[in-house]
Design a protein around this ligand. Structure first.
Ligand SMILES: CC(C)(COP(=O)(O)OP(=O)(O)OC[C@H]1O[C@@H](n2cnc3c(N)ncnc32)[C@H](O)[C@@H]1OP(=O)(O)O)[C@@H](O)C(=O)NCCC(=O)NCCS
Length: 218
């Protein structure tokens, strides 16, 4: 399978939302994604598309029940996110099914880049799509001059933590009972400085290995 990462467009939002509902217990309304794309100059959202296989989700698919949980949010950043989430959702129709199997987002705040969300459709997990998305976000953060990338992750989310640790994210603190659905703690994770020799070496090693794996996978 071949994947490509591209900027998220309005027509992607219904499919993104369907993946979101499969991935998080408190999904954002579609209007939040519309605003992120149309109004938030700090935001950078992307989707991963599969080029040579049927997409697993169509925007018209019935709403599934949430299965797993995570979201990164905090402080001013988190408050803004919650405001967006609390708003009504006027988005409907206009869906394009263009093979979206995952998505991710970043907020750029001075020299820090905050990963706001990252998710892959359950049928496409374990195929390096999440890593491809994270690598894209990191490349974007570097390209606009960020010095670190940070995020929050549930203490129970070992899969996501393993992905983050691979890219030098380390636990720098805990927010107690951060997630309101179950009172779970959030780990606050930060990368090494993006301009450090160590980070660049890890990044390029991971990039080369990912390229190799994706090439082998077709
Ligand atoms: C977290 C998530 C985005 C990872 O995406 P993915 O496409 O499945 O992951 P990848 O195939 O790219 O794997 C990349 C790395 O993640 C880790 N990983 C992936 N699956 C794993 C598993 N089952 N067990 C442990 N580590 C795993 C590994 O470090 C892996 O690198 P490796 O293959 O060199 O060992 C995906 O599981 C997901 O959408 N989860 C639900 C939403 C979520 O929790 N988002 C995170 C919010 S903070």
């Amino acid at each position: 399978m071949r994947f490509v990462v591209e900027p998220m467009r309005l027509g992607d939002i219904p499919t993104v939302s369907a993946i979101e509902r499969l991935s998080f217990p408190q999904p954002w309304p579609q209007s939040a994604y519309r605003r992120e794309i149309l109004e938030n100059r700090m935001a950078h959202y992307v989707v991963a598309r599969v080029l040579d296989a049927p997409a697993p989700v169509r925007a018209s698919a019935p709403e599934p029940q949430p299965q797993s949980a995570d979201r990164t949010e905090d402080g001013l950043f988190g408050k803004l996110q919650r405001l967006l989430r609390a708003s009504a959702d006027p988005t409907s129709g206009g869906a394009e099914d263009r093979g979206v199997v995952g998505y991710a987002g970043l907020w750029l705040m001075t020299d820090e880049a905050h990963v706001t969300t990252i998710a892959v459709h359950p049928q496409y997990r374990g195929k390096h799509v999440g890593e491809l998305l994270l690598l894209h976000l990191i490349d974007h953060a570097i390209s606009v001059g960020a010095r670190w990338v940070t995020l929050e992750v549930r203490v129970s989310n070992e899969v996501a933590q393993a992905l983050y640790r691979k890219y030098t994210f380390k636990e720098m603190g805990v927010r107690r009972r951060y997630y309101s659905d179950n009172g779970e703690d959030a780990l606050i994770m930060w990368t090494d400085p993006l301009d450090s020799e160590h980070f660049r070496r890890v990044l390029e090693q991971n990039r080369a290995a990912l390229r190799q794996r994706l090439t082998e996978a077709g």
